[in-house]
Structure formats: structure tokens, C-alpha cells
Write a protein that binds this ligand. Sequence first.
Ligand code: ADP
Ligand code: MG
Length: 537
Amino acid sequence: MDLFLHYLRMPYLLDGVGYTLLITVLGLLGGLVMGVVLAAMQLSRFRTLAIMARAYSIIFRGTPLILQMVFCYNALPMIGIKLSAITAAGLALALNEAPFIAEILRSNVIGVDRGQVSAGQALGMTPAAIMRRVIAPQAIRSMVPALGNESVSALKNSSLASVVAVQELTLRSTQLASATFDFFSIFFASGLMYLVLTGAIAVIQIVVEMLLDLDRPPPKEQLARFLRALLPGRGTPAPLAPVTPPDVAAEILDEIATDPLPPPSPRSGPIDRAARARRLAGNNAAVEVKQLRKSYGSQNVLDGIDLTVRAGEIVALLGPSGSGKSTLLRCINRLEGWQDGTIRVGGRFLGSDEDGRPLSPRVTAQMRASVGVGMVFQQFNLFGHLTARENIAGPLRWVQGLSRLDADRRAQELLDRVGLAHRADALPRHLSGGQQQRVAIARAVAPGPAVLLLDEPTSALDPELVGEVLEVIRRLAVEEGLAMIISTHQLRFAGEVADRIVFLAEGTVIEQGPAEQILRAPSHPLTARFLSTMNAE
Ligand code: ADP
Ligand code: MG
């Protein structure tokens, strides 16, 4: 035992620990930097970069680390790169870690829901902004456990540096053991040293996971809990029944309480349809779709669509599932490309230059923001790591360049309008579907778009939550005066709110006209059949 303690304190072994740590840190930091580059290359639009990164991964993942260490120390000097043993070992470890770390990064980036990316694009965020503000913060949270694993394995792999005579812990232990023949005590001591190091990594991992946990209570409350746990009430037994934490209780109460919308503005009186139609007819075209054709492989999804929507006009897009409604909406704000035809939004070709050549994703994003086209998705697609307020204020700062103060003020004002001022600090997952969609609508109208696209905004909601979302849209329609294209299955709503109904089937416009006329007396049998099926439900 004494011997064991003696070895634990022995400077010769402790120096070895120092070298082990140094190689591990070099390997991990270098691996992280190279891993980020490799992952970015594989995720890039440029195939050559992706192929180069893949080739690197195959080579460095597929050969033993021990050979790579020997290569860095013994072969690199032949081409004039002479490295110290420690640098060579650190470099080899970094080269070897890079493809593993790159795969961890890549899988977590790919794992972020595509809807989050679509929402960022629709808000006019550039690819770099989406990566920085939306994907990275969500991916980092989920990659911590895998990176913890990788750190432990790098630490253990550092022992292979003994092959190039780096005086790290394993080499020093074996040297000491062969000199003293005291194998048991020495290896037990060095094993314990490795355990302390890997234990430290585990602790760091737990702390990082805790810090990144969005559901974690604020630091003050955490400290109070910690102190309570340290100093249990003198003699008073802890209550046996589980106590509902106050924030959860508040949330349940919030869910039960209906959040009343503020009273409608005086402008929202009954609509004089004829006068409105005359006024709209004189407005400029907000969206102009001409002979739009789009296919996925051999399947024609949009087959020569013509559609003009005037400024301020509200168009309901009806049609059976699979008729191409979502695709049409996604083409209008250029979330999708197409094969033939043109689309103008606010008079401009969104995403292509005057000759029809596609623009880069960055320029397209800027154009989306400047023509002012917002989108509301069926699955809400709120940014999961941001509060309701930040979902609205964030894009206003990143895209429109508002100051934090102005963005927060605008967000609060919009939350108030959709009846959710009291839930401003809630994360999306703590909101009901209806509340999430109302925040999503507020987010889409925050920058004051000229056109709002709504893709089945109530289809993912429980029936009792549909009304609150429709009411918010109805008010927007009346109060904002923006052009809206709403794909929906809510016939009554379409009849009340839309100026015009466009009926789509199999990628073509079958019939269109004033809402009330289409709903009451459709002229095409397909429309009539669709309407009667919907009414029968
Ligand atoms: P709707 O919104 O009217 O239900 P969609 O626009 O979503 O219809 O889809 C129209 C057709 O296009 C469907 O047949 C669907 O399977 C197909 N489709 C949509 N998106 C894709 C895609 N990314 N890849 C292949 N096919 C797709
Ligand atoms: Mg759809």
C-alpha cells in the first residue's frame, strides 16, 4: 500500500501524466479544428470538396493510429518536416481524431429538423446565419455525449505515443516496472491516474450538459436547491409526496387558461365584398406565377400553373392532398427550384437574375427579405432552442438589423396581438400547438412582409385549437392588408376570409373565382366532389 501511494506521488509518473495530457489536448484541439473543416467540406454544395473530405476520412479512419504516429515522427522528416516526438504524436492523434469528430459534427448537424432550416430560409436568413443561429446551437447540445466519448478514447489512445518514445504515462510506467519489477503497484497507480483523468472528462461532460440544458432552472433557483440539499431542514422530515415544481404547475395552469386575444381593431367590421374586389383589381400584382412546371424525377408535381395575386388580396388554395399546394407555396418564396416557368414576387424574380440564372443561396436569402415574403408552416417550425420572444426578435436583429431593444419591443407588441404576451419567455416545447402556431404567425409578420404564405396552418392542430389560430389569421387579413395565400382545408374559414379560391388538382389550377361562388356553385366536377367530401367530414 505504501509503495502504491509512493508511486501515486512520484514526480517521474506525474510528469508522464503531464505528457499524456499534452498529447491528448493537442490531439483533441487539432482534431476539432480539422473536424470542423472536414464536416464543412462534406456538407458543402461543392462535390469536389465533399469527395476530398470523404477520401481523407477513409484513409485516416482506416489505418491504425500507431502507424500514423510512426509516419509523423519518422517519415515526415524525409520531406523536410522535422517534428519533436510530442508534436508528432499530437499531430498524428489530431489527424486520426479529425474524421471521427467530423462525423459527430456532421451527424448532429444533419439531425437538426429540416423544418428549422426552412423556417430560417423563409425568414430571409443567409446559410451562414442559419448555421450560426439555428443549427449550431441545437447541434452542439446533442453532440456533447459523443464528444465526451471521443475525448476519453483520445486520452487512452495517447498511450500509443510511447511508440515514438514520448515519455507519457504508459511508457514511464512500463519503464519503471521493468526497472523495479514492482508491476502490480506501478500499474495500479498508473491505472488510477488514467481513471482520474477520464473521470475529470466525465465531470466536464456533465457540467457542460447541465449548462446547455434549456429546461434547467435559472442559476439562483439552482443555487437554492443545492443549498437545500446540503443543509436539510433540521429534524423536519422531507415531504414524501412528490411536489410539483412551481414552474410546471404554472405551465399547466397556462395551458388550461385560454389566453384571450385583444379586442379586434375597429377596422374589422363586416366586409363589403364588391367594393373590396373593385379596389383589389386596381392593385399591383404581389405574386405572379406563369406556366410553372416542376417535377420530382418523373413525377410532374406542378404542371403549368398560372396564378396572379394582387397586393392585399387573400387567396385560399384548396385541393386534395398531394395536389401540389405546398410545393407551389415553397416555389413562390424559392424554398424549391423548378424546371420551367417564372415567378415574380413584388415584381422581382426571387432567386434568379434577369436572365433566369439562379442566384446563390446567400443572395436569394437577402432578396427574400427585401421583397418581403413571409411563410407559416404546417408544423410551426419555431426555433426549438429559443423562447417565443426570441423566435420573433432574433430574426429581426439578424436579418432586418434592428437593435435588441427595438426587436424585443416589436416582438412583445406582436405577442400581445396574438394573445401570448404572458408566454413570451416560454420555449416552444412548453407551448400548446395553437400557441406555437400563433407565435409562428407573429414571427412571419414581424418584419412587415408584403406577402404571407400559409401552408395548412391549422392541419397539425388538435380540433379545439384550430379556432384560435384561424382567429389570428382572420384579424391579420383584415388589419394588415398584406397579400396572403393560404392553403387550407377549412372551407368555412376560406369562405369568410378569402377574396378568391383557387382549386388545385394534380398540379394544375382546375378552377378559380370569388370564394362564395366556388363554394356555393363549383363549375368543375372535381371541385364539386372535393367540396362535398370536405363538407361530409
Ligand atoms: P399538397 O401540399 O397539395 O398535399 P405537395 O406539394 O406536398 O402536395 O406534394 C405534391 C406531390 O409532390 C406529392 O405527390 C408528393 O409526394 C410530391 N413531393 C413533394 N415533395 C417532394 C420531394 N421533396 N421529393 C419527391 N416528391 C415530393
Ligand atoms: Mg401540403
